[in-house]
Design a protein around this ligand. Structure first.
Ligand SMILES: [Mn+2]
Length: 290
């Protein structure tokens, strides 16, 4: 298993200095930095090349995360919007190939967060399958795994459980279209953490980890030993990526709905220390065989 974290931990805006952040994440002992996929489209080929070399020299694997806006919804009732969504995610995968990033994760099958104005789930689902099938061919071309993120009922009505994601992937029927499970969302929707992981099995392409309130693993009450054992049992050796959210304000605070300072006024050093502590905790729990 490889361990990573989302880049946005230290700030409350989705933009950041990726070079500085990559240094920090590598220093703290992570193997993976997960970045905002859309940012790749603002970079020139030269910048992409520089970023690729910089992160390769740090020994970091880059994964890319996106929740497309409503204007880029691949499952929209409007054909132009669907096409715009397919174009957008295809352009991202093309840029990912240039930085040697092989994993795209997020709500790739519709838009995020959902506003629940269109509740015709079967129709949205069917259009999503059609679009993701097209994207699967692009993913194959660029040697990228698309991991469809299963999220809770307050963020979408399309894929809320691993069982639904398995059905969706069956319908798409492309080996490069697989699943991302996230313990924060699973805690709301799944009966048991382990059974969802067993159900995903070989289709689990990445796991997002966070406590029930999106704090770092080890700071809450989720069953990390049970999760670790399930990962061992399915022989999982892909990315375990933390997605901690502590800070209020900015676009991150608004999108993630952080309405109080979960860090309780922590300094930057204290924020670093709790990230290191969580990494150590997870490595310990996930290596335990029973
Ligand atoms: Mn997630």
């Amino acid at each position: 298993m490889k361990f990573g974290t989302l880049y946005s931990y230290w700030g409350n805006e989705w933009q950041c200095d990726y070079f500085q952040t990559a240094n920090k994440i590598a220093q703290l002992g992570f193997d993976i930095m997960e970045i905002g996929a859309g940012h790749l489209l603002t970079m020139s080929d030269e910048q992409l090349e520089h970023f690729k070399e910089f992160t390769r020299d740090l020994g970091l694997t880059i994964t890319c995360n996106i929740g497309p806006a409503k204007e880029k919804d691949v499952a929209s009732i409007d054909e132009d919007t669907r096409n715009a969504g397919v174009q957008f995610l295809s352009a991202i995968m093309k840029a990912m190939d240039k930085i040697d990033s092989r994993t795209l994760v997020g709500v790739l099958y519709t838009y995020w967060p959902n506003d629940f104005t269109d509740l015709d789930k079967p129709a949205i689902w069917a259009r999503g399958v059609q679009s993701v099938r097209k994207l699967g061919h692009v993913a194959e071309h660029h040697n990228i795994e698309m991991c469809l993120e299963v999220v809770n009922r307050f963020e979408t009505h399309i894929l809320n459980t691993c069982a639904e994601a398995m059905q969706f992937c069956d319908e798409v029927d492309n080996p490069n279209v697989i699943i991302l499970l996230d313990t924060f969302h699973m805690n709301i929707e799944e009966d048991h953490m382990a059974s969802a992981i067993y159900r995903a099995g070989k289709r689990l392409g990445e796991l997002h980890v966070g406590e029930g309130n999106r704090k770092l693993p080890g700071e809450g009450s989720l069953p990390w030993s049970e999760i670790g054992k399930a990962l061992q049992d399915i022989n999982f050796h892909k990315g375990i990526v933390m997605e901690p959210f502590y800070l209020t304000g900015g676009q991150v605070g608004k999108d993630i709905k952080v309405w109080r300072d979960l860090s309780e006024g922590a300094s930057r050093e204290e924020m670093d220390a709790r990230l290191s502590r969580s990494l150590k905790f997870l490595k310990h729990r996930f290596a335990v065989k029973d």
